[in-house]
Design a protein around this ligand. Sequence first.
Ligand code: NAP
Length: 282
Amino acid sequence: MGMKYHQKQAFVIGQNIAHSKSPLIHNYWLQKYNIQGRYDIRDFDESELPNFVKEVRTDENITGFNITIPYKQAIIPFLDEIEDTAQTIGAVNTVYKKSNKLIGTNTDAYGFMQNLKDHVKSNDFNALKTQPVLLYGAGGAAKAVLYGLVKDGFTHIDICNRTLSKTKNLAQRHKNKASIRVIDGLVKNVENHYVTFINTTSLGMAGHQDLEISFADAASLRLVVDIVYKPLYTDILRKAQKADIQIVTGIGMLLHQARPAFAKFFGHIPDIDKKLRELVLE
Ligand code: NAP
């Protein structure tokens, strides 16, 4: 009888995700911290979701998985518990095991806020909280971003999106905790009133349409954040830089959201180092 080989195994699941950066990030950390483990892509159709979950439940080497487009909501009925964060956001991006239960959580809001805090001095960060934010987009990522902003005490957030129903839906979830205003349609000209602008749409991403917006009237703007990280310096970030407005790129969110997931899967809180940043941007 041979010895059974135990190696912790985690995955990222989704559809058409061959280009996912998650295996690169997690496998980098496994190597860096000398942890016996693997992190792989599982790319499948929705009909295979039940079988995948069954496999996770029966294979004790599997410690958890990340979820990306299009299963962040579809996974929910298969889980035993959903943490409050994921419940409020309405999407699960990380599933881990706890005493044979599958627990769903969401680390995207953490990733977004942590990246913001990496770039903005704490005094400035506190000042930003009470000043108007324009949130561009109301898709999956916007849900996590808005949750993070409200949780960390941002008080005035206006949301605009192509599809108004999604904007209304998103605003509804947080209306008791902050002043959230719904704008009909996408803003083209940022008003001289907003201090922070955050893009959460896929506009400006390589292969997608441009994000057409002007900051020219908004002398009030102090910070422009894009969660798109391909390209790293999107058109709006370049535009902001030219206007001497501080910018925050999207790569830090991607790296930070992976940290708590890695800790759940492999038992060690990892750090983001220069080499990892370079690898992910290659
Ligand atoms: P999603 O749920 O599909 O939402 C897409 C968003 O973009 C919606 O607000 C959508 O508006 C808008 N949009 C798409 N095409 C548009 C168009 N032609 N005109 C106007 N609006 C358009 O996707 P998601 O998961 O939120 O991801 C959005 C982007 O964020 C992606 O580029 C993704 O790579 C990036 N992201 C980055 C990180 C990170 O860690 N840095 C994490 C998550 C996501 P409608 O509601 O009108 O369709």
